[in-house]
Write a protein that binds this ligand. Structure first.
Ligand code: AMP
Ligand code: MN
Ligand code: MN
Length: 339
């Protein structure tokens, strides 16, 4: 699978041209992102949707999951539907920030014989699905690639679009702290701020307030930390019981893994989260999501890929089923021994 390396390359420009032509000749466009969306997924979805509306297209913005409360301040987010039937009559699908098709959820099956699929992403582990692809692992966020598409579409960047894109970049760069933050990131943000994105407003919405339940959950997450024998791996675990006890939802867990990552001498941090709805699973198996973070030495995307997941070299994840939390912990301790 070909991964386009930088936005300035000729190959990127060629692929961009194909995608712009395809979008221009589409009648009704289905735009979607991954389940349990993060700021980049929501920001890219909203910005792409609003820009296509502005270009005079009929657009359906879809996400399987409910929009996390944190991102509901974005204007245009109320246009996102969760109704799978909204795809009826669409001739083109734009799938953003999904390393593989299944990340979009149940609708992935519908996509198998869909007329035109456009894959827009920045994960180096992208499976290369779709008829057209714009995958740039050097982009700090999918929002960066969406910005370039909007520019090429000739649509002006409104305050709503700028705010959505800025939100995607801010969250995927860990507020400009991660290694994907570059000169281009700031150049892009300079343009977005000029177009109306307000950094202090966005930061206040994203980081300004915590519910008391979230703080109590953080307390439990910190309390759950264990360190591997060799001192290189830290492990946090959160169960459905903990969410119920604190009255929190999965989105409240976002960012907690960073505490485990910051522990001195740690190379890899792991957060195991028990998911809901294990009823369909064989035996007494339960579903879990495992998040991995690296301080730069270990490529956790490679680790996640061996478990059927994916991500970036320093931030990756995968889904796994097991009878008990301890079964997964044992696998993580075995992984720690290899570090
Ligand atoms: P998370 O594990 O949710 O903290 O996500 C960290 C990174 O890994 C993100 O870039 C995700 O896109 C990616 N990721 C998480 N889970 C999966 C999965 N099941 N398959 C592929 N990529 C994933
Ligand atoms: Mn994402
Ligand atoms: Mn992303």
């Amino acid at each position: 699978m070909e991964i386009v390396s930088t936005a300035s390359s000729n190959r990127f420009k060629e692929k961009m041209k194909e995608i712009i032509e395809t979008l221009n000749s589409s009648r009704r466009i289905f735009v979607t992102t991954h389940v349990n969306p993060d700021g980049d997924a929501i920001g890219s979805l909203v910005a792409m949707g609003l820009a296509l509306f502005a270009a005079g297209k009929k657009v359906v913005m879809y996400n399987e999951s409910t929009i996390p409360t944190l991102y509901r301040f974005l204007s245009g987010v109320d246009r996102v539907t969760h109704d799978p039937e909204a795809i009826d009559g669409c001739d083109t699908a734009v799938i953003i920030d999904c390393g593989d098709l299944h990340r979009m959820g149940r609708m992935a099956v519908e996509m198998e014989d869909f007329p035109i699929l456009i894959n827009i992403d920045h994960h180096a582990t992208n499976s290369g699905f779709g008829h057209y692809r714009l995958i740039d692992p050097k982009a700090c966020a999918s929002a960066e690639i969406v910005y370039r598409i909007i520019e090429e579409l000739g649509v002006s960047i409104t305050t709503s679009i700028a705010t959505a894109l800025y939100t995607g970049i801010l969250t995927d760069t860990g507020s400009f702290r991660f290694a994907n933050t570059s000169r281009e990131t700031f150049a892009l943000c300079e343009m977005l701020v000029a177009a109306g994105a307000n950094p202090s407003d966005v930061a206040r919405h994203l980081y300004g307030q915590y519910s008391i339940g979230r703080l109590k959950l953080l307390n439990m997450a910190l309390d759950s930390i264990e360190i591997s024998r060799n001192g290189k791996l830290s492990l946090m675990a959160l169960t459905q019981e903990m969410l119920a006890e604190t009255g929190t939802v999965p989105e409240d867990i976002d960012g907690m893994i960073n505490y485990a990552r910051r522990i001195e001498n740690i190379d890899v941090a792991v957060l195991i989260r028990e998911n809901r709805n294990g009823n369909h699973l064989a035996g007494n198996h339960r579903p879990f999501h495992v998040s991995l973070r690296s301080n730069g030495i270990v490529d956790v995307a490679a680790v996640a890929t061996t478990y059927g997941g994916g991500g970036h070299p320093t931030a990756a994840g995968f889904q796994v089923e097991a009878a008990t939390l301890n079964d997964i912990k044992d696998r993580i301790w075995a992984l720690a021994d290899t570090l």
